[in-house]
Every structure is written in C-alpha cells, then in structure tokens.
Design a protein around this ligand. Structure first.
Ligand code: OGA
Ligand code: NI
Length: 368
C-alpha cells in the first residue's frame, strides 16, 4: 500500500490502527556490516545534537526522586507526598521495592537480548506491517527526509492478553513469550498501584483513574541501541514525551543512556540496579489539568556497549474521551487547560508526527 506523506505527516487512512512508520534499515545491521562514518540520515543538525553533561546536571541527577513502592502500597503518607511532588516537579522517578522479582527482570532482559541477537532475516519475520506500529522495526519514521534514531525496536501489544497479535511474537525463540508475558503482568500491577495512589492525590477514590481510563492496555516497546562511533552526533531516541498514560521503563543496570529535561537542562537518569523508572505520560498530564507533568526525555548512545530497555506504556481505552478531571478543575482559579479528545484520536496525532519535544500536548492545550 502507498503511504501518503503530507507536510511531514502521514495522512490518516481509513482502517488504520494507531499509526504507521516507514520501513528503514536496521541500525544493528549497519553496525554489524561495518561503517566508515555515521550515515548522514542519523546525524542530527548541530543545534539538536546531544550536548555533553555539565557537572550541575550530574549533581541534579542525584535528586531524581526515588520512591519506595512497598511504602506507597501500604498507604504511607510521607511516601505518597513524595510521589505527588515527583509527578509535579520531575514527571519522572525511580521505584525500589516494587515487588517484581529480580529473576523476572533478569529473564525479561535475557529474552530481549536473545531476540536482538537473532539473525536479521529471522527478526524480519516479525517486521511491522504497513498499517500498524506493532512488530520489529523503527518507530516514528513519518517522512523520507526526517533524521533517524540510532535504535531498532520491537513493539508488542502485551495486555490484555487476548488482544495480543501473536504473529508478531517470536514464538520459536525459547522462553521469550513466557518472559514477556510474566514481566508485563507484573509491571502492570505496579502501574495500577501508582494509578490508585494518583487517583487519591487527585481527589478521587482509589479506582478513580481506572473509571476514566477503562481497563489499562499495555504496549511494550523493547529498544535496542547499538554502540555508535560518534555518540555526540546521534540520538538513541530523539527528545519526546510519551503519548500514553503512564510508562514504566526497565533499563540496563550498567549502561547509562536515558536523559530527562528538568528546568531546561538535560539530566541523566543513572540506573539503580533492579529499580524501575516511571514517568507520567501525556494522558495523565491532561487529566490532571497540567498539575502532573509528562516531560521530555531522550536516550543517547555510547561507543562501546549496546543498551537494551523495555518501555511498558499503559494506554487508555481507545474509545474513551480524555480531558481535565472535574476534581482538577477549579474555575476561575484553575480553568481547564486542555480540550477533551477521544483517546484514539490523540494517539493517532502523536504517532503521525516525528517525535519532537512536547508538541503533542500542545495540540490539545487551550490557548490563553
Ligand atoms: C521510549 C523511551 C528511553 C530509553 O521508549 O519511549 O523513552 O531509555 N525510551 O530507552
Ligand atoms: Ni519515551
């Protein structure tokens, strides 16, 4: 099928799922084949390139909130206040004692590594189709001109279990399905407990967000960032905010790559072994009427080591409308700051554009 690209956006098509991405070469293949210098399409404009991290940013990195999930689950007031502040001021935090067994985390990491180690021909059996963003490939490639990220990925709808498209799953890779299934169920429990806490903080009952979001769906994006000979010229993932509701990221314990924007500076998120990184995504920013922030983040690469991560995006039911919650609107002091929009329409708008900072939420912001 022909893709219609207009003004840098893929034109919407009837029968479309969440969106689509133009096929491009695997970065892992470029690296395996050997290259003299980084191909032009991956080299960012000078103004966009990842700058080196200042000592102030390294200091700030130590202040990224760390939440003890076991206390949160017990309703500990101090920890709940910490969560509130983390979502207001940082939009990102790490969680310890999250209850997901270390063995499950390790098995998930091993399963992802095994997938990306498969020969290219084998991985291509699970390539993204023309009409959706699920499968093996590169996301957010919407025009032939745009710069590309130094990253391959496989995106799978993981929950609810009955909505999986198993034809995108490498079922003959031993243990892969079981590992992803087990991890996705565990990590969704974490997302749901955080949602329950956020519901209370937003003036509702524990199941408040659930009632507005429907049964949470989950999309797992497994990222593979090969080493790059010039990490200062490329992005692993360009700056963006996540379109979903809440994201839980499992990152490599010893390769740093994730950076978040805080007070105008890029701050690295140093991995804490066996912790999970959580970030507020666009739907919760909109529902909280801008009180909780879905902030920009990006990933950088390095010369020596590949890095693998798994982003579990919790998604709202496609047909539900999202907009500022009544409990978060207080006219005239805090009028609604976002328009109401059907979730699927929002996600399609997000996925039809190249990842570019915080443009997405601006699409539904009420101009004052
Ligand atoms: C993402 C993302 C960051 C990382 O997949 O949306 O932001 O560190 N990933 O892999
Ligand atoms: Ni992200």
């Amino acid at each position: 099928m022909d893709l219609k690209v207009e003004n840098g956006c893929i034109k919407e098509d009837n029968g479309l799922g969440w969106g689509k991405s133009l096929p491009v070469q695997s970065v892992q293949e470029i690296v395996t084949n050997g290259y003299q210098s980084v191909p032009e399409r991956y080299i960012q404009e000078i103004k966009d390139r990842p700058s080196s991290i200042s000592s102030e940013s390294l200091q700030a990195s130590l202040q990224i909130p760390i939440i003890d999930f076991s206390l949160l689950a017990k309703g500990d007031e101090h920890e709940t206040r910490k969560l509130d502040l983390a979502c207001k001021e940082w939009g990102f935090f790490q969680i310890r004692n999250h209850g997901v067994q270390v063995k499950i985390l390790q098995t998930m990491k091993a399963a992802m590594a095994a997938f990306f180690e498969l020969p290219l021909m084998e991985k291509k059996k699970y390539a993204m189709g023309a009409n959706d963003l699920e499968g093996y490939g590169q996301a957010y490639v919407v025009s032939k001109e745009q710069k590309l990220d130094w990253c391959d990925l496989v995106a799978l709808k993981t929950l609810p279990l009955e909505q999986r498209n198993l034809n995108f799953w490498p079922l003959n890779l031993p243990g892969f399905k079981e590992a992803v299934e087990e991890y996705s169920i565990e990590v969704q429990k974490v997302a749901e407990e955080i949602n329950a806490n956020l519901s209370i903080l937003m003036g509702m009952e524990r199941d408040g967000l659930k009632r507005y979001q429907g049964e949470l769906k989950q999309l797992m994006r497994m990222n593979y960032y090969p080493p790059c000979s010039s990490p200062d010229l490329v992005f692993g993932v360009s700056p963006h905010s996540d379109g979903g509701s809440l994201t839980v990221l499992l990152q490599d314990d010893d390769v740093i790559g994730l950076q978040i924007k805080h007070k105008g500076e890029w701050i690295p998120v140093k991995p804490i072994p066996n912790a999970l990184v959580v970030n507020i995504s666009d739907a919760i920013e909109i529902m909280s009427n801008g009180v909780y922030k879905s902030i920009e983040h990006r990933a950088i690469t390095n010369e020596k080591k590949a890095r693998i991560s798994a982003a579990a995006f919790a998604h709202v039911d496609d047909e539900l409308e999202i907009g500022p919650l009544d409990s978060m609107v207080d006219d005239p002091h805090r009028p609604p700051m976002y328009k109401k929009i059907k979730y699927i329409d929002y996600i399609r708008q997000v996925l039809a554009r190249k990842m570019d900072g915080k443009d997405h939420t601006d699409l539904v912001k009420i101009q004052t």
